[in-house]
Write a protein that binds this ligand. Structure first.
Ligand code: SF4
Ligand code: MG
Length: 286
């Protein structure tokens, strides 16, 4: 227990999250996955954007950055390029990651840069009082969708996979052991990894959609999912409207910072050859 607490900045507790919020569950799962991997705390850097979920980094005793809205992956990319030996983790929310940060997300995936991204999807902008996000399901309510959201929502995992992420998984704040397993596997992937964690926001999403409190929301989340292994033997009508959970994609590919290092070495060799030729010419003419 004391080891577990050593991952937290206890001076910064208690946290600001509402009672029953799912973000603490995901934060705990990340810490457990890091502990299981035995990662050196001084070699882990955790970056977040803006939103309720992004406040997590203030409580975690690693090198952490709480950055600008939607820009966590831009900062994380810079850190990873400057210090490729670090394990870089991004904690972000559905609004932060898929709206203002959407372009950073698809390009980080396209590059396959070695960053583990945990997206806490509560289907809404929690911190700014419940506006709908690109992950709010069609027909559901938010403060800016009082008559129901007209837009279709992203399937974040399909988006990540299509954009080039090499590890993709989804779990929920109900399926905690699975969530820890997926984060652990994502941390082990040398490349861009995404774990979507579906979580409850009882204060806004639950209230606006009359789902109920934290317990009812957890039941609602559980009912809305099917494990990808079970899905293989289920008819399409049993899968309609359900989110698949489990490991959804695992396809290792060359990683960006490793390729970048190789490119630097190649350019350096060319430069050395050029310099050698130059000095060789100079000495011939003497
Ligand atoms: Fe959690 Fe929602 Fe409260 Fe934010 S507003 S802390 S997401 S319950
Ligand atoms: Mg959100």
């Amino acid at each position: 227990m004391s080891d577990f607490l050593s991952y937290f900045r206890q001076d910064n507790l208690p946290h600001i999250w509402c009672p029953g919020c799912g973000h603490g569950t995901v934060t705990g799962a990340i810490v457990r996955a890091i502990a299981r991997k035995g990662l050196d705390k001084n070699k882990v850097c955790i970056v977040s954007g803006i939103g309720c979920s992004s406040r997590a980094v203030g409580y975690l005793d690693f090198d952490t950055l709480h950055t600008a809205h939607g820009r966590a992956l831009a900062f994380a990319t810079g850190i990873k390029l400057a210090r490729p030996e670090l394990k870089v983790i991004v904690m972000t929310g559905d609004g932060d990651c898929t709206a203002i940060g959407g372009n950073h997300f698809i390009h980080a995936a396209r590059r396959n840069i070695d960053i583990t991204t945990i997206v806490m999807n509560n289907n809404i902008y929690g911190m700014t009082s419940g506006q709908y996000s690109p992950m709010t399901p069609k027909g559901m309510y938010g403060t800016t969708a009082p008559y129901g959201n007209l837009e279709r929502s992203f399937d974040l995992c399909e988006l990540a996979k299509a954009a080039g992420a090499t590890y993709v998984g989804r779990a929920t704040s109900y399926h905690v052991p699975l969530l820890i397993d997926l984060i652990e596997a994502a941390l082990g992937n040398k490349g861009f990894s995404v774990v979507e964690a579906m979580v409850q926001c009882p204060t806004y999403f639950g209230r606006k959609n009359k789902i109920g409190g934290p317990v009812e929301m957890l039941e609602w989340i559980k009912e809305g999912t099917v494990n990808v292994k079970a899905a293989a033997s289920l008819p399409p009508e049993k899968l309609a409207g359900k989110a698949l959970i489990g490991e959804l994609h695992n396809a290792p590919a060359p990683e960006y910072t490793a390729d970048y290092d190789e490119l630097i070495a190649k350019v350096q060799r060319k430069f050395d050859t050029f310099q050698g030729g130059l000095y060789g010419c100079a000495s011939n003419s003497d």
